[in-house]
Design a protein around this ligand. Structure first.
Ligand code: GDP
Ligand code: CA
Length: 332
């Protein structure tokens, strides 16, 4: 297994990637040598323009995490961050005040926005930013086109009884505390896969869906035209790891998002939602947590190889073991 491709969101994906790289570096990934190369296709539907800056939360979380610049406690943004700009903007009363833009982080968004303004596509901008961070993976935005997830929530004051907010507003300002009625990914149907994305799937020896949000991270990547087809067609085995453990997400809001699209919030529910490749879906294998061992048979009955192993990313070793279990399952 020389070429490994991972379809990633932010925090869950980034932490998994740390473990995967650790497994490769320590010779613990079955079938892969120390020179195995990892390509990451990252979700960009969380992206937002704020104060004139283009912010790409999932790309940055992967880049900062693997480049050792992440704030470990928060799980997003830069370590040793200060918030002077945010405080000053709030003093001017400039909206949005709820979005956390740290001073160090702003430098990244300034570089990105300047390059976009100069006409570079997001993929080239990302490559340039990665020159500094050296994440140890090839980091590809799922698309260079503008795609933005919006969430419909109830609003009794609106004539339609509902209101649509940007995904970041739902997550950061509303803390996903109100039910999501629908998820609308603006621009997705017209998006073109970013350079290298389709080849990364087609030419891979192994494709992994990490424990990322199945709706607003992996789901949006799968929604980019031709990506799902590439997964169905690739010769590489496709293996996923459940972000749902014991009937709930570990962190984040996968529960709210799954509910909004009518998918059962369980490890088996998500695996069967992705579906078996032999049956028009995208998975050959699915890992569930030990706590969900009773769901293995249901997943297998859906035509997907399945095993129960510990799926908590508590440290690099535990996460490396998860990556190893994924590679093992892929080898059959
Ligand atoms: P986001 O973009 O920051 O929301 O990150 P992702 O979409 O990549 O990942 C979020 C998902 O990771 C959530 O659904 C969590 O349930 C899942 N997750 C986080 N930590 C763990 C863990 O230790 N184990 C498992 N199995 N899932 C996790
Ligand atoms: Ca995200």
């Amino acid at each position: 297994m020389q070429n490994i491709t991972v379809l990633s969101g932010g925090m869950g994906g980034a932490r998994f990637l740390q473990g995967l790289l650790h497994a490769i570096a320590t010779g613990r990934l079955p079938g892969a040598g120390p020179d195995a190369a990892v390509t990451v296709v990252a979700n960009t539907a969380d992206d937002i323009w704020v104060h004139g800056l283009k912010v790409c939360p999932d790309l940055d979380t992967v880049m900062y995490t693997l480049g050792d610049g992440i704030d470990l406690e928060r799980g997003w943004g830069r370590r040793d961050e200060t918030w002077s700009v945010k405080t000053e903007l709030a003093a001017y009363g400039v909206e949005p005040t709820w979005f956390g833009l740290g001073d160090r982080d702003i430098a990244t968004h300034l570089v990105r926005t300047q390059m976009l303004d100069a006409g570079f596509p997001l993929s080239q901008v990302t490559e340039a930013l990665c020159n500094r961070w050296q994440p140890g993976v090839r980091l590809l935005p799922m698309t260079d086109d503008r795609v933005e997830t919006h969430v419909a929530i109830a609003d009794p004051e609106s004539p339609s009884g509902r209101r649509v907010v940007h995904f970041q507003e739902y997550w950061v300002r509303l803390r996903a505390a109100v039910p999501a009625e629908t998820v609308v990914v603006v621009g997705l149907d017209e998006a073109t896969p970013g350079p290298g994305v389709i080849d990364a799937i087609t030419d891979a020896d192994l494709v992994i869906l990490p424990p990322s949000n199945p709706v607003v991270s992996v789901g949006t990547i799968l929604g980019v035209p031709r990506v799902r087809e590439a997964l169905v067609a690739t010769r590489a085995p496709v293996v996923g790891l459940s972000p749902i453990v014991g009937g709930t997400h570990v962190r984040g809001m996968a529960e709210q998002m799954l509910t909004s699209i009518g998918v059962e919030v369980s490890a088996a529910g998500v695996g069967l939602h992705y579906g078996a490749r032999s049956d028009g879906g995208v998975l050959d294998g699915w890992l569930v947590d030990e706590r969900d061992a009773d769901q293995v048979d249901r997943v297998r009955a859906g035509g997907i190889a399945c095993r129960a192993v510990p799926l908590m990313m508590t440290d690099h070793d535990a996460t490396a073991a998860m990556a190893a279990a994924a590679a093992e399952l892929a080898r059959g």
